[in-house]
Design a binder for this molecule. Structure first.
Ligand code: FAD
Ligand code: FMN
Length: 790
């Protein structure tokens, strides 16, 4: 085969090595515009996992890599004069130049022809090639030649960064945060040989401009950064090498293959440097492409199709992690004032790959310190006499809102059961709520319970609009208070434009109008939710007064029914949400237009309820923190404005949900996918938050809390499958103090023993699956060979 590779970066060279090794008869040539030792940038990093794969595919280059790298295990976070250290991370760093030189040497040794100072402008010279690989980096010429086919999307990120070197042999992967009069600067630094470190400086565009760096020469940049980080550099110098301030482009391509041309590495996808994976991705692409070619001998097109089909998902998972990570660094100014330990935890867990449990395996002392810090906060802020020496994990720490004390941080999220008749809670409602309370959650929400008959979503929704509803609710709250330690929150709502619709399992399902027996509906504006929905009437002042009176009457009944807390539902496209989102609110009076205007009626409702709800009892509000509709609708930044208004009116905690306000929404699903909004609202609006949305494990609950992304964590569907989520987690974490009703107490010891055994089994499995440290792997291979020779 004739193979032509454009670009002699890590991706192109490694591919040449693997292919030539596999088939020495192939004619493989690499074209690189630079000279062999002419490379921009400084060091690259690999994790233990990545190195393990390199060993499998080409031992000589693996050996050469491990001989020249600097290995380290710890991450340090420098902030506010403090240094926080966490171990167990296993990285190696090496000079990019060194990596390229050793891959060039290996390629030559195998017979690959390398052409340096050969810039490829078009592919005319490769007409007879069987395979052409565009491994030509971020500004790929090959990609641009066939732009219309590959359809690249380039997302230029707002932050500015510059890639520098430092004559400082750092011991750890180091993150530095430094406040200046211009704003916050941060450094990502790691050692790559005996003497030198990569030193990437990053900041927001505003701060960069304020500091005058938009006009700075390379020398000015070095001088500025040396002064700013003088303390951290401790006499060492910064070095530049075509070090200009840039914005990071996240690149994705709709297609990776065109006839016999394929793109790999940065040419086809990029991943932000904060997860240190661009080189890894390029070299793994090379491995996957090599595998595809090996498996489809003589059929290049089939091989390329298999490569793209097999590799896309993995790349998109990594790009997603990189996206979450880069966004964390874009938003660091919001964490000003956060304790260094919590900031470090938030940093480490930013891209969801490292969690509380995972970090406990890597560095148990670090997590123990976080637990102690968390417990001290609970003691100092709320006055709970919790154990701060040997604290329980954050999930099991108590919490207080006004006079309401919660035994732990787990919330059963509101879930409509659509099983009531005429709003009256019945046996189903009773068992649904009481069994979840028995399962150990600190706070149990009722389903959205409507303030009027016409405010129901469906004919099966519960209500609290008649005095007869009160005893039925009281039976539930009495049971929960008598037999569990849970508190109960009533979620009060009015369905507005989504009222008078089917039960999920009836006719056409959720959000569709009833087949018959519809009642008139109203909303902020006459905007139907679905094209098939009833058109709601635009609310008049009289309608607003009636709704306020209904909410107030409902709150009075809630008090009589023994609820501990009320949540006003302002999310998901229901009545109050229809005022907040501009997608549904078209009003031209003082209730439409600006966010302040759109919030006016929801706040009138809140104020009226707050006035009759006892001062010692808390209130929350659920919001849709985004409409998930690009360029329109509510965004995370709007949610901050909304939350600030709520806080000013006395809301105690914001329940941060998202979406369900428009059929045009394009939610970005994933684990804990709405939690970033809880984090943003909590830090930018400075109000307590509840995180919710695809949170499924106790590990995730602990991660969210320890990182300070929320104060409480709500789970909906996991509680349907497992009401005992909290008590089971307590057994797994060895937390004995959570309350078990005496009737069920005999199960506790057995569950705890079982959990201990499972933990031990899991620890063994994990130890066996741990990637080998590079030098351990080599020693094992050498010993094996010696034994064979012997
Ligand atoms: C600030 C910063 C820090 C980074 N830190 C890390 C890190 O720590 N770890 C990590 O793994 N990655 C890191 N990366 C990413 C890493 O540099 C790239 O992701 C990686 O090098 C991609 O490899 P590649 O082979 O696809 O492309 P490249 O390494 O960019 O190689 C492409 C090659 O093609 C050549 N070329 C381009 N056009 C032509 C042409 N027309 N003709 C001939 N030759 C051409 C170029 O000269 C270049 O040598 C970082 C990136 C940045 C910007
Ligand atoms: C069956 C069901 C009913 C729901 N009913 C309500 C509700 O009444 N009020 C509300 O605010 N959210 C409601 N939700 C949304 C949940 O409270 C929660 O925000 C959402 O399901 C995401 O959490 P999860 O991933 O843990 O399920 C409901 C969800 C489910 C699955």
């Amino acid at each position: 085969m004739k193979i032509r590779i454009v670009g002699g970066g890590p991706g192109g060279l490694y591919l040449a090595v693997l292919l030539k090794k596999h088939n020495p008869d192939d004619d493989i040539q690499v074209y690189e515009r630079n000279r062999p030792d002419d490379t921009f940038g400084f060091g690259v990093v690999f994790s233990d996992e990545t190195l393990g794969e390199f060993l499998e595919y080409d031992e000589p280059s693996y050996r050469a890599i491990t001989e020249s790298f600097a290995y380290w295990d710890e991450i340090e976070v420098h902030v506010g004069g403090q240094v926080v250290r966490s171990g167990g991370h296993g990285f190696c760093g090496m000079a990019r130049k060194q990596l390229l030189l050793l891959l060039q040497r290996r390629a030559r040794e195998l017979g690959v022809k390398l052409h340096f100072q050969s810039e490829i402008r078009d592919l005319a010279g490769f007409a007879d090639a069987d395979l052409i690989v565009g491994a030509d980096g971020i500004n790929s010429r090959v990609r641009e030649l066939y732009r219309a086919h590959f359809r690249p999307q380039v997302d230029e990120r707002p932050n500015k960064f510059v890639w520098l070197g430092a004559t400082k042999p750092l011991e750890t992967f180091t993150f530095i945060f430094r406040n200046t009069e211009h704003g916050l600067f941060q450094v990502h630094a790691y050692r790559y040989d005996q003497e030198l470190a990569t030193w990437i400086v990053e900041t927001t565009e505003d701060t960069w401009r304020r500091a005058g760096l938009d006009r700075a020469s390379e020398a000015d940049t070095v001088a500025f950064c040396e002064k700013l980080f003088a303390e951290d550099l401790a006499g060492s110098r910064l070095i530049s090498n075509r070090s200009i301030w840039r914005s990071f482009p996240t690149i994705k391509c709709e297609r990776w293959v065109h006839d016999n041309i394929v793109l790999i590495g940065d040419a086809v996808h990029t991943a932000h440097f904060s997860i240190g994976s661009g080189t890894k991705l390029a070299m793994e692409d090379a491995i996957h492409l090599y595998e595809a070619i090996r498996r489809h001998p003589g059929d290049v097109r089939a091989a390329l199709a298999a490569f793209e089909a097999g590799r896309r998902e993995e790349v998109s998972i990594l790009q997603h992690a990189a996206q979450v990570s880069l966004e964390w660094f874009e938003h660091t100014p919001r964490y000003r004032g956060v304790d260094p330990l919590q900031l470090a935890f938030s940093l480490l867990s930013r891209s969801k790959r490292i969690t509380y449990d995972n970090l406990r395996l890597r560095d148990a002392d670090f997590v123990a310190a976080v637990d102690r810090w968390f417990a001290q906060q609970v003691r100092e802020r709320f006055g709970f006499a919790v154990n701060t020496e040997k604290p329980v994990p954050p999930m099991f720490q108590p919490f207080r809102l006004r006079d309401m004390e919660l035994a732990n941080r787990v919330v059963v999220s509101p879930m409509c059961q659509y099983s009531a008749t005429d709003g009256l809670p019945n046996d189903w409602t009773f068992q649904h709520l009481t069994s979840r309370a028995l399962g150990g959650a600190g706070l149990v929400f009722t389903e959205m319970t409507d303030v009027s008959e016409e405010g129901r979503i469906t004919p099966g929704c519960t209500g609290i609009y008649r005095d007869e509803h009160v005893p039925a609710w009281k039976r539930i709250t009495d049971f929960i208070h008598a037999h569990t330690r849970a508190k109960v929150c009533l979620q009060l709502g009015h369905a507005g434009p989504k009222a008078s619709t089917c039960l999920p399992w009836q006719d056409r399902g959720m959000d569709w109008p009833l087949p018959e027996g519809n009642w008139p509906i109203m909303a902020a504006s006459p905007v139907p939710y679905r094209p098939e929905s009833q058109v709601p009437r635009e609310m008049t002042r009289a309608d607003m007064d009636k709704v306020i009176a209904d909410f107030v009457a409902a709150a009075r009944r809630a008090l009589a029914a023994g609820f501990d807390m009320i949540e006003i539902h302002m999310a998901h496209g229901y009545l109050l949400s229809s005022f907040i989102t501009p997608l549904m609110n078209r009003r031209t009076d003082e209730y439409g237009g600006s966010i302040e205007n759109r919030m006016r009626f929801p706040l009138e409702v809140f104020d009226a309820v707050r006035a009759v709800w006892p001062a010692e009892k808390p209130m929350s509000v659920r919001i849709s923190a985004t409409d998930w509709v690009e360029d329109m609708g509510v965004t995370g930044d709007d949610a901050v404005v909304i939350a600030r208004l709520l806080r000013a009116h006395g809301v105690d905690i914001v329940d941060v949900s998202a979406g369900q306000t428009s059929l045009r929404a394009k939610p970005v699903y994933g684990r804990m996918f709405q939690t970033p909004f809880a984090d943003q609202v909590r830090h930018e609006a400075r109000i307590a938050t509840i995180a919710v949305g695809n949170i499924t494990t106790a590990d995730q609950v602990n991660t969210i809390l320890a990182a300070g992304r929320a104060d409480l964590v709500a789970l909906a569907r996991p509680h349907l499958a497992n009401p005992y989520f909290t008590l089971q987690a307590a057994a797994r974490y060895g937390v004995a103090e959570q309350y078990w009703p005496p009737q069920y107490e005999s199960a506790k010891a057995q569950l705890e023993t079982l959990a201990r055994r499972q933990n031990e089994e899991l620890a063994e499995l994990r130890a066996a699956a741990r990637p080998e440290k590079p030098r351990e792997a080599l020693a094992r291979l050498d010993a094996l060979r010696l034994r064979r020779v012997g």
